[in-house]
Design a protein around this ligand. Structure first.
Ligand code: FMN
Length: 372
């Protein structure tokens, strides 16, 4: 019945055993200083054991502290991180899943940047970032290359560049946050220059190693990047060598707008974006966003809206989701609760490790006793 969902797929020359992936989810589980902690290892072991084909680990910074979200953001910015990252890759692969690590520069949303760096000095949440000069753009490109090389050497199967959530790569693409008048701003081609250079340079360094891309298809802001331009940008990224595009919508500046909050409560709320991007490229596309049930996931694949399913909170709330779906036990799934007032997001924004209010009582008690 769910034959497409559990069929294999080649992505960048690597075989995924089914169409299920874990989408990156930062939960504040790394240690102070972004170290690979026992809690983080335990969490990713559980996610990998779920039966998904690929686990994409949450964002790791390419440049600390300027590009880091917080002091618990994972790090891929120095060789000293290698040992911890290698342990993380092994922990995931030993459970039978492929392992991918997402690398990121937060730009104007980097909580630790002081002042934060961005394409242009466009204020956000009371902070005005400093516009990057061409030498600094080159420096950060090199930081992405170094981080990707470390991910490969640490034993991961893929690396993912974080072009979502309105972070630095997305900030260059956006007409709202990129007001530059040099070769990196203005036309869509110019705004795409930095992301395309990062992809090309990373690809040249890691060679056949697959390089995925988290792609912000719509900022959900009146003056932000919209789907018409993002379809063209997606084709440019494909041309530069990405192995897949993992599509999302929204940034920190739109996530908390009342109409966006309402939209994000709906099952499959970002699938239409994935479908629009899939029509513009030939590399595999991942759709995420409250993909709550097996029939919904199967329908997305069967009707060609996406090639792969990304499960973030969905899998974290119920790591048995893949088994329950496969065995037709959808009614037993523990669902991420859209009415919980974003408890997990609020906890991580306060610098606390997140728990899910929907976990079974016993699991929640044990977890809180150990980590709160
Ligand atoms: C607390 C939280 C942390 C997240 N961290 C990341 C991240 O590190 N990188 C990323 O690309 N997306 C991140 N996301 C977005 C998710 O990957 C995903 O697109 C979104 O949560 C929708 O999928 P879901 O309904 O299965 O959670 C995060 C989302 C939440 C709620």
């Amino acid at each position: 019945m769910l034959e497409r969902l559990f069929s294999p797929l080649q992505v960048g020359g690597v075989e995924l055993r089914n169409r299920l992936t874990m989408a990156p989810l930062y939960l504040g589980y790394a240690g102070e200083g972004g170290t690979v902690s026992p809690l983080l290892l335990e969490h990713y072991q559980l996610m990998a054991r779920s039966g998904v084909a690929l686990v994409v680990v949450e964002n790791a910074t390419v440049d600390h502290p300027t590009g880091s979200g917080s002091n618990r953001t994972l790090r891929a910015d120095t060789d000293a991180c290698q040992e911890g990252l290698a342990r993380l890759a092994r922990a995931i692969k030993n459970e039978g899943a492929l392992a991918c690590l997402q690398v990121n520069h937060g730009g104007r949303f980097a909580g630790m940047g002081s002042p934060p760096l961005a394409p242009s000095a466009v204020e956000t949440f009371g902070r005005t970032p400093r516009a990057l000069n061409p030498d600094e753009i080159e420096f950060i490109t090199g930081k992405f290359v170094d981080a990707a090389r470390r991910v490969k050497e640490a034993g991961f199967d893929m690396v993912e560049l974080h072009g979502g959530t309105g972070y630095l790569l997305a900030q260059f693409l956006s007409p709202r946050t990129n007001r530059r008048r040099d070769a990196y701003g203005g036309s869509l081609e110019n705004r795409c220059r930095f992301p395309v250079e990062v992809v090309s340079r990373v690809k040249a360094a890691v060679k056949e190693f697959p390089v995925g891309y988290r792609f912000l298809a719509d900022e959900w802001l009146p003056d932000g990047l919209g789907i018409e331009e993002s379809r063209k940008a997606a084709a440019m990224l494909q041309e530069a060598g990405v192995a897949y595009l993992s599509v999302m919508g929204g940034t920190y500046e739109s996530f908390f707008l009342p109409d966006v909050v309402e939209r994000c409560r709906q099952p499959g709320y970002m699938v239409h974006l994935a479908a629009a991007i899939r029509g513009a490229v030939s590399v595999p596309v991942i759709a995420a966003g409250r993909i709550e049930s097996g029939p919904l996931a199967e329908e997305i694949i069967a009707t060609g809206k996406a090639d792969l399913i990304g499960l973030a909170r969905v899998l974290w709330a119920d790591p048995d989701w893949p088994a329950k779906v496969r065995e037709g036990r959808d009614h037993e799934i523990i669902h991420c609760d859209p009415g919980c007032d974003d408890t997990c997001t609020k906890l991580v924004m306060k610098g606390k490790p997140a728990f899910c209010v929907r976990w079974p009582h016993e699991k929640l008690q044990v977890w809180k006793a150990r980590y709160v």
